[in-house]
Design a protein around this ligand. Structure first.
Ligand code: NAD
Length: 424
């Protein structure tokens, strides 16, 4: 019988071997590498800084945001911060729902996809079709059709020799890498269970309907995207995915069999909080008996904790703390601690210049699906299998993207009710 550790090792080895088969591509040695940014908010601006820091030959030449005001604010900030690496002219600045197409038509070699999660499958497909290397923020979709599309696009990226680096940044944290490697090498024996906590306070709100009567419903929801399941996926997808991704990694990037969960809206009950929940608790079951107990909450005034606690037959580990305790001794990571956000881009651009493009496609899709599957379990109150989740037909794409009403079926904009909301 395969032990838990062998199961994980075999899966990790298969993933590494697949990565080595990716075709090679050359980016022209030390030539300037032009980069385009789509989604100029907090993370997009941060990613642009990371990308420029990664290599002095990189230039930010094209920018795009749905809203001209957000675009202009980011341009102002980045032009000061990036100095000569900033070369975005007015005729290379785009807005609107179709702005991303102009970025794909431009001569940039790399695009940074940092919009609201809903648009990732569409933008990623356009980027790979246009032959661009990609930095792709998490999550990569908000529904199963989106995940299935991104899985296909990731394969196309591989076939075309295009790099695809995911914004699941903990995979690029050197201390987390070392801690997880040691756990997978048996430092705490076989994994029995994992507890994933992402318990945080509340986040921004960008203005109510009363404060902005000039906004259409589409503009209102786009500005406050975090609170709409069709745009963010819910907070267990948008934020807690970081925890679920580490659990998936520890489980050898193999998906679970099923998930059961509970959740709801205890504090964020007003209509300005859209239709997402404010807490989710989900138990994931793996085929080898391991269970992942995952908790996420966005509420003010409560105990906050973001940590991955791993229980093994011979000890325990805390991944974000980079700490392993076994046989009465505690190991702590003492190596370099560069910013994981910088490392993502250093490795992305090195892989492009070396002609050995990284492809994080599979795990970024599986982690996104893991999170969506958890949401399906908390919204419906049912036990949801991986196959049911992967094959789900629930499609959160509106009829059209234009400023006016949001053209989605009412049930996609309603607050889910466990026991009544159906698994689609
Ligand atoms: N890896 C991390 O640690 C991390 C941290 C924060 C955010 N993120 C992710 O980054 C993404 C952006 O988050 P943020 O905090 O920067 O949000 P944000 O609201 O500050 O920025 C998103 C920007 O995208 C723009 N946008 C939305 N739809 C667009 C479209 N169709 N075309 C062009 N622009 C569009 C919005 O107008 C906005 O300016 C999210 O997926 C989020 O989950 C990742």
């Amino acid at each position: 019988m395969t032990t838990r550790r062998e199961f994980i090792r075999t899966a990790a080895a298969t993933a590494a071997a697949t990565a080595l088969q990716a075709p090679l591509v050359h980016a022209g040695g030390s030539d300037l590498l032009k980069v385009g940014l789509i989604g100029c908010g907090g993370r997009g601006s941060g990613a642009a800084l990371n990308a420029m820091k990664a290599d002095p030959s990189n230039r930010l030449t094209v920018m795009c945001d749905l809203f001209p005001d957000r675009l202009n604010q980011a341009k102002q900030r980045l032009s000061t911060q990036l100095e000569k690496q900033f070369d975005v002219k007015d005729d290379n600045s785009f807005s609107g729902f179709d702005g991303y197409k102009r970025v794909m038509d431009s001569d940039v070699k790399v695009v940074l996809l940092c919009t609201t999660p809903h648009f990732r499958p569409l933008h990623l497909q356009a980027a790979i079709d246009a032959g661009k290397h990609v930095f792709c923020e998490k999550p990569v979709a908000v529904d199963a059709p989106g995940v299935r599309k991104v899985l296909k696009t990731s394969e196309q990226a591989k076939e075309k020799g295009l790099a695809l680096v995911s914004g699941l940044c903990w995979r690029y944290d050197l201390g987390v890498r070392e801690t997880i490697k040691r756990i997978q090498d048996g430092a705490i024996g076989d994994i029995i269970a994992i507890q994933e906590n992402y318990l945080t306070g509340t986040l921004w709100h960008r203005g109510t309907r009363e404060e902005h009567p000039e906004w259409s419903e589409m503009e209102y929801q786009m500005r406050n995207w975090m609170y709409y399941t069709w745009l963010s996926g819910d907070h267990n997808v948008e934020q807690h995915i970081h925890s679920l991704d580490k659990a998936l990694w520890l489980m050898g990037d193999q998906p679970p069999v099923a998930a059961t969960g509970l959740g709801g809206r205890q504090v964020r009950t007003g209509e300005q909080w859209g239709n997402i929940y404010d807490h989710h608790a989900v138990v994931y079951e793996w085929a080898n008996g391991v269970r992942v107990f995952s908790f996420t909450r966005q509420m003010a005034g409560c105990k906050n904790e973001t940590e991955d606690i791993i229980f093994g037959t011979k000890g325990q580990a805390q991944v974000i703390k980079h700490e392993i305790t076994s046989g009465g001794e505690t190991w702590r990571y003492k190596g370099d601690k560069p910013s994981m956000y910088d490392v993502e881009h250093v490795e992305l651009f090195k892989s492009i210049r070396d002609g050995k493009p990284i492809n994080n496609g599979q795990y970024m899709c599986y982690s996104t699906m893991l999170a969506i599957m958890g949401r399906m379990a908390t919204y419906t109150g049912q036990r949801v299998t991986w196959d049911e989740a992967m094959n789900s037909k629930l499609d959160l794409t509106p009829e059209s993207y234009e400023f006016g009403p949001v053209k989605l079926p009412p049930e996609s904009l309603a607050i889910a009710m466990p026991g009544k909301t159906k698994l689609t």
